[in-house]
Design a protein around this ligand. Structure first.
Ligand code: PAF
Length: 280
């Protein structure tokens, strides 16, 4: 695996690969890699000749109350995991490389960025779309892989790619889960053993909604109540939102059909977790 931190070298290296006719897949990350990121790498490998991963903790996507300095960073570990899983090129730019002094142009997301995660994390998605646009321009991949767990992020990136005519195929990779069903997340490391057990209410609540939908329940409101009731049965969990939404604009779905998304954000202790399911 080759590691690059400067953009001229990145462009040179990828330019050579492109001229050689190689198909390039891209997996953008903020590091703290876990099996979820590595399944994105597996999918990227299946679809391309070359896998590029970026590791960049993007300051722009942290809301003012979030602690950027607390974000877990372990480049040596990430490097070993990425190379062990077959990443060909690791791009690790500095903050100065991505945002040199005076860089103040931003990508402004549409209204779908203001709901759900956007409501609790003001400015978050403008930060995500800005960095993803920059990374897309630097890497110029044929395709890019993102996880289903951050489904609002995926929906907004998909919209941006369409709205701004970016020539990149997007692949949404299903959420990787532990054997007990908990969605993998860098934040799971903050959970105590008891909190981790409590957190299983998230996938259990989604399962309850899916079972109800399969049993014929089509009311978005009713599905929301089913998720809420299941979460309320577990002590120590506080829901931030339960959203039953249509897949394009993420507006509440009156009637839940195939493709409707059910998304949850909840706090277990001081840790905020998200999870979702796509019906059908
Ligand atoms: O999903 C993430 O890890 C980040 O939001 C991303 C897409 C790498 C942008 O910083």
């Amino acid at each position: 695996m080759i590691e690059i931190s400067q953009t001229p070298e990145l462009r040179r290296w990828l330019g050579d690969e492109r001229r050689a006719g190689h198909r390039i897949a891209f997996v953008p990350t903020m590091g703290a890699l876990h099996e979820g990121h590595l399944t994105l790498v597996d999918e990227a490998r299946r679809r391309a000749d070359l896998v590029v991963m970026s590791i960049f903790v993007n300051p722009l996507q942290f809301a003012p109350q979030e602690d950027l300095s607390r974000y877990p960073r372990d480049l040596a570990r990430d490097r070993a995991l990425a190379s062990g899983r077959g990443v060909d090129l690791l791009f690790v730019p500095s903050v100065e490389t991505m945002y040199p002094p005076g860089s103040d142009t931003r990508v402004v997301p549409g209204p779908a960025s203001e709901r759900w995660e956007g409501a609790v994390r003001p400015g978050h998605f403008a930060g995500v779309l800005t960095v993803v646009t920059k990374l897309f321009h630097l890497v110029a991949p044929d395709l890019a892989c993102f996880g289903q767990k951050d489904i609002q992020q995926f929906v907004l990136i998909r919209k941006m790619v369409r709205d701004l005519d970016l020539p990149i195929e997007l692949v949404m990779v299903p959420t990787a889960r532990d054997a007990d069903g908990l969605a993998l997340s860098s934040r799971n490391a903050y959970l105590s053993a008891a909190e981790r057990r409590t957190a299983l209410a998230l996938p259990a609540a989604l399962d309850a909604a899916v079972a109800a939908w399969k049993g014929g329940e089509r009311s978005g409101k009713r599905l929301e109540v089913i998720v809420g009731e299941r979460l309320a049965r577990s002590e120590g969990i506080v829901a931030d939102y339960i959203a039953v939404v249509e897949p394009e604009g993420l507006t509440p779905a009156g009637t839940a059909g195939a493709g409707t998304i059910i998304a949850i954000a909840a706090r277990v202790g001081t840790t905020r977790l998200i999870d979702n399911v796509i019906l059908g």
